[in-house]
Design a protein around this ligand. Structure first.
Ligand code: XIL
Length: 333
């Protein structure tokens, strides 16, 4: 559809982008992407399992074509992600003795060395092409009293993996904005733990430039007030905020399963997009980009998460036609 306003021409306060996994840059998908959006995030291609599948063997076969496409089409690029507990090969967490790593000094030294080597290679490969990195992803777990996710990273190194990751990323990519990214930051306990961690690490001198809010939400949850509290919380830190992975599921619990998206859900979704983008634009002084976790409903991770069923969480439908959600963003009246 070329007869409708481009999202990027309507929302000019910050770049609006989408996650891409490959197909989004080809033919009609590529045209839709270029027409409406100003930024992209490789959805999987920069994760550890894609870039360093075995130790010290770096491959950029997945990411390079996406980055080249983004550069050729003047799209900003968000680098996602240098450190995560998922999509990370088992060798990373296997000690010199061939056993799973534990909280020993030897394993800690080895794990931090692997982390440093990984970031040095990946961040250096892209240089200034990548202006923003999600340095660490999903490190908070509000069910722990200290709020820290009990990943192998944490078990073996405590907070040092986070400190090392930001320090090395800053050194290798001094031009880049360095982000800590997480989901459910609209949940008070979660965002409070994230806030406390960011405040503490920045006080130590750890170079964190911004907080990324994933914003995987649904048509019923959370309220706009809760999302506003998510943004307001971090204002006193004086750091950037980005919306990094937004989608709005039509499902409100795991047992629902629709063959086709019900009209009332799609309408509700449009209002959620309308109200969320109105919120983001009110916080334009804080928010430096908004990314949707996909281009169109034909390719969304929610088709298999948390259960397998067809979802429809984005602005364009499976035939790449603009949904009511698109009009919620572009014609909020
Ligand atoms: C998802 C991808 O979209 C899927 O293709 C993959 O199978 C799993 O990961 N939070 C994140 C993203 O930070 O990296 C995840 O992406 C979605 C949840």
């Amino acid at each position: 559809q070329t007869d409708i306003p481009a999202v990027k021409d309507v929302v000019t306060e910050f770049p609006v982008g989408v996650a891409i996994t490959g197909a989004e840059i080809i033919s009609e998908h590529g045209e839709l992407l270029n027409r409406h959006f100003a930024s992209v995030t490789p959805g999987n291609a920069l994760k550890w399992d894609a870039t360093e599948p075995s130790e010290n063997t770096f491959t950029y076969a997945q990411a390079d074509p996406l980055i080249a496409y983004a550069k050729a089409n003047d799209l900003a690029i968000r680098g996602h992600t240098l450190v995560w507990h998922n999509q990370t090969p088992a060798w990373v967490f296997t000690g010199a003795d061939g056993q799973p790593m534990t909280a020993t000094a030897e394993d800690k030294t080895l794990l931090l060395a692997r982390l440093e080597n990984h970031i040095r290679n990946v961040a250096a490969h892209y240089g200034t092409d990548i202006g923003v990195w999600d340095v660490v992803n999903e490190v908070i777990d509000e069910s722990q009293s200290d709020g820290l996710r009990r990943s192998t990273w944490h078990t073996v190194t405590g907070l040092d993996y986070i400190r090392t990751a930001f320090r090395v990323a800053r050194e290798v990519a001094p031009h880049a904005k360095l982000f800590i990214n997480d989901y459910n930051t609209n949940v008070p306990a979660k965002r409070d733990h994230l806030f406390t961690l960011v405040q503490r690490l920045r006080a130590e001198g750890v170079p964190i430039d911004g907080v990324g809010h994933q914003v995987h939400i649904n048509v019923n949850w959370p309220t706009i007030a809760e999302s506003e509290a998510m943004l307001a919380k971090f204002v006193p830190l004086g750091i950037e905020q980005q919306i990094t992975e937004m989608d709005v599921s039509i499902y409100t619990n795991e047992s629902e399963n629709f063959a086709t998206p019900p009209a009332d859900r799609l309408l509700k979704q449009a209002y959620v997009y309308r109200d969320m983008f109105a919120l983001f634009r009110r916080y334009a002084g804080e928010i430096t980009s908004v990314t949707l976790w996909g281009l169109a409903d034909d390719n969304t991770w929610l088709d298999t998460f948390p259960v397998t069923r067809k979802d429809a969480p984005l602005l364009f439908d499976t035939r790449l036609q603009a949904k009511s959600a698109y009009w919620g963003v572009t014609d909020p009246a």
